[in-house]
Design a protein around this ligand. Structure first.
Ligand code: ADP
Ligand code: MG
Length: 664
């Protein structure tokens, strides 16, 4: 369907995955700008201000570096404010002197100007004070999109139905869907946003719960063909081949998993364990046991680098045991790939390790008995479901380093059994965490010390692109490090090409360079044992859970290690947040603190946590909704008879399961 007359806009909409008016209407704002005008002009530093006034000077636009700087004066009630905007290339085309505008900005006290955040033509007076903001691809503006949303409401008038059964709408005092969506897109008050989102969140949670329960019921009915019985006691050769002894927890969950594999129903289990708790070796143990019963196994990792790392570790152990392990990633050449696929089909390969390439259509296993997914939250529930269907008698184990409270885990992973590793293998594991200023000399003296001792260093920054001389971007900090430590630095961030990323990681992994300057992309799974210093610039910009994950990258061989969190501001709440990390190394405790600090009631319902693929629900803030919806879903499935709209809902969920859409 053509949503716009302009082919250019249509192709942008397709790029975003919008093919119908429903797609458009279901895409909700990620943020609302409150356009109530600021009354008091005695601004404090970094204050967010909203002003209505007239552009009172020519618009001055220059491009000294890679960025465009826009400057003009805004006259508000006889008072003049200097406005500066970064990278607003369009500005002097869209506005001219004499235009009346409503402007949102943040006040910079030191240089006495207002940093432009958003701007609208005219006054907002008789319109809603809330301006909806959507995440859109380049070239698609919020104004264009808002108009499409308006159009979508017209096109769909009377055709937006409730999936939630009426008795539940009544029970929870919910609006109808049409109203809920209207309020979320075009709110008049804060309560509108809340009420609208309440519907969308509950609907999402209810359908998700129903689907996971339906899957669980179905799984319980599936039986696998009779396999050789296995037991951890017959895995002695494997345990002897390890360079260390399993910790108590590792041994216990290993037993739990093997026991589960022995049942005549399929395993569908989550292995939870804090970063560094040693899940990989438990996965290897399960793969070994699986080989003993005569089956093939596969381990999938979210990134190329992580897959290679697992492969290397696996080779060290399994080559001693005469077990054939192979690596399959996207970058492997054609001939090699064909050889692997042939050997896999013929059962010559016992264990395959790789990225999602291991589940490509043309990859055929001779006898897949166990599939393991590392860092499963990176894949999303929908993909998980797809993987489970690769073999008919395949046990599934998922691993996650994201500590979430148990009550919540039950709601989110309702379809899974859960094993947990609670303690780290090193009890003496010590990482000294400190909050320092970004200019602190200890940073560079620490780096020099570490380099002298043949240790490696992570430097983590929050953003990629250069914004100003003092920012903490890859382009800025990275260049400074490259200059200061020539030949010793590799750079890593999400916008690099796959080969470039790999190259950087390889250099760091093989200790060809001492320092890796990276964004959050390094958060997942990388295990470089000689890394014992991490500097996280502007650490307050990261969530606690991410910081904890990041810090887990160092101190992996017991060498005394340091994590410096830089913070230059003096906001007490930011300091308190960072102090949680100074005091604790317990992922579950940190997750709970994180939850407490963020508190409920944030405006936007989108995935700030990065933990999941939910459109509206937030794992941290919406625990209550998850729990309520789960209870309702259980109730529904207990009934002997359904009325029409419950029947409709279940059918719809079943259909989405068949389409592998667990989160819709
Ligand atoms: P994660 O659970 O974060 O995936 P890994 O499996 O990468 O953790 O293990 C973290 C580090 O701890 C690895 O270097 C691994 O070799 C080491 N390790 C795992 N188990 C033990 C153990 N029982 N004793 C000593 N070191 C261990
Ligand atoms: Mg891991």
């Amino acid at each position: 369907m053509k949503l716009s007359k302009s082919p250019r806009i249509n192709s942008l909409l397709y790029e975003m995955g919008f093919y119908s008016w429903l797609d458009i209407i279901n895409y909700v704002p990620y943020r609302y700008d409150d356009l109530s005008l600021t009354q008091n002009f005695n601004f404090v530093d970094k204050q967010k201000v909203v002003l209505y006034g007239v552009i009172a000077s020519e618009i001055d636009q220059v491009k000294p570096h890679k960025i465009t700087i826009t400057k003009f004066d805004l006259l508000v009630d006889k008072k003049v404010f200097h406005v500066v905007g970064f990278n607003r290339t369009y500005f002097n085309k869209a506005f001219k002197v004499g235009d009346f505008i409503t402007l949102i900005g943040s006040y910079n006290k030191e240089h006495n100007y207002i940093n432009l955040i958003n701007v609208k033509k005219g006054s907002q007076e008789d319109k809603s004070p809330y301006l909806s903001n959507y995440h859109l691809v380049n070239g698609l503006s919020v104004t264009i999109f808002s108009n499409l949303v308006k159009r979508a409401f017209k096109e769909l008038e009377g055709k937006i139905y409730d999936d939630i059964p009426y008795y539940l709408l009544n029970k929870h005092h919910l609006l109808h869907k049409q109203e809920a969506l209207t309020k979320v897109h075009f709110p008049q008050t804060k309560d509108d946003i809340k009420e609208g989102l309440k519907y969308l969140k509950y609907e999402e949670a209810l359908k998700f719960s129903l689907k996971t329960l339906l899957i669980k019921n179905e799984n319980a009915k599936l039986t696998k063909y009779k396999k050789e019985p296995i037991d951890i006691d017959i895995c002695q050769d494997f345990l002897n081949a390890l360079p260390f002894k399993l910790s108590k927890d590792q041994y216990y969950v290993g037993k739990e998993i093997i026991n589960d594999m022995n049942q005549n129903t399929l395993m569908y289990r989550l292995l939870q364990g804090d970063v560094g708790s040693g899940k990989t070796v438990v996965a290897f143990l399960a793969l070994y046991a699986n080989k003993l019963r005569g089956d093939q196994g596969v381990l999938m990792a979210p990134t190329d680098a992580l897959a290679r790392q697992h492969f290397k570790n696996a080779l060290e152990i399994f080559s001693k045991l005469n077990i054939k392990v192979e690596l399959l990633v996207g970058s492997i050449n054609k001939t090699k790939r064909k050889e692997i696929l042939d050997n896999l089909k013929d059962g010559i390969i016992d264990i395959l390790i790789g990225t999602h390439a291991v589940f490509s259509k043309d990859v055929i296993y001779s006898k897949l008995g166990l599939a393991i997914i590392d860092e499963q939250h990176r894949f999303g529930v929908n993909q998980r479901q797809l993987l489970a269907s690769k073999g008919n008698d395949t046990d599934l184990l998922m691993m996650s380093a994201t500590p979430i409270p148990r009550s919540l885990a039950l709601s989110i992973y309702g379809d899974l059994d859960i094993s947990s590793i609670k303690s780290l293998p090193f009890s003496n594991k010590k990482i000294v965490t400190k909050i320092v200023k970004s200019t602190d000399e200890k940073i560079f003296s620490g780096i020099d010390y570490m380099i002298k001792n043949n240790r490696q260093i992570y430097v983590i920054v929050p953003t990629i692109e250069y914004d100003n001389e003092n920012d903490f971007s890859i382009e800025n900090i990275g260049s400074k490090y490259l200059l200061k430590y020539p030949g010793r630095v590799a750079i890593l961030h999400g916008k690099l090409k796959e080969e470039e990323k790999e190259e950087s990681l390889k250099k760091f992994y093989n200790h060809e360079v001492d320092i890796l300057v990276s964004t959050l992309v390094v958060e997942v799974g990388i295990d470089v044992k000689s890394a014992s210093f991490m500097i996280i610039y502007n650490a307050n910009e990261f969530g606690l859970a991410s910081l904890h994950q990041l810090r887990g990258r160092i101190g992996r061989d017991g060498y005394p290690s340091y994590c410096f969190l830089t913070y230059d501001g003096d906001d007490k709440s930011e300091q308190d947040k960072l102090n949680v990390l100074v005091k604790s190394f317990d992922g579950f405790y940190i997750a709970e603190e994180d939850l407490k600090m963020r508190g409920p009631g944030q405006l936007s319902g989108l995935r700030q946590s990065g933990l999941s693929d939910f459109k509206f629900l937030n794992l941290y803030n919406d625990i209550k909704i998850f729990q309520i919806a789960r209870d309702d879903a259980k109730d529904i499935l207990k009934r002997k008879e359904y009325d029409k709209n419950v029947y409709y809902l279940i059918n719809k969920c079943q259909k989405e399961i068949n389409d592998k859409k667990i989160i819709s």
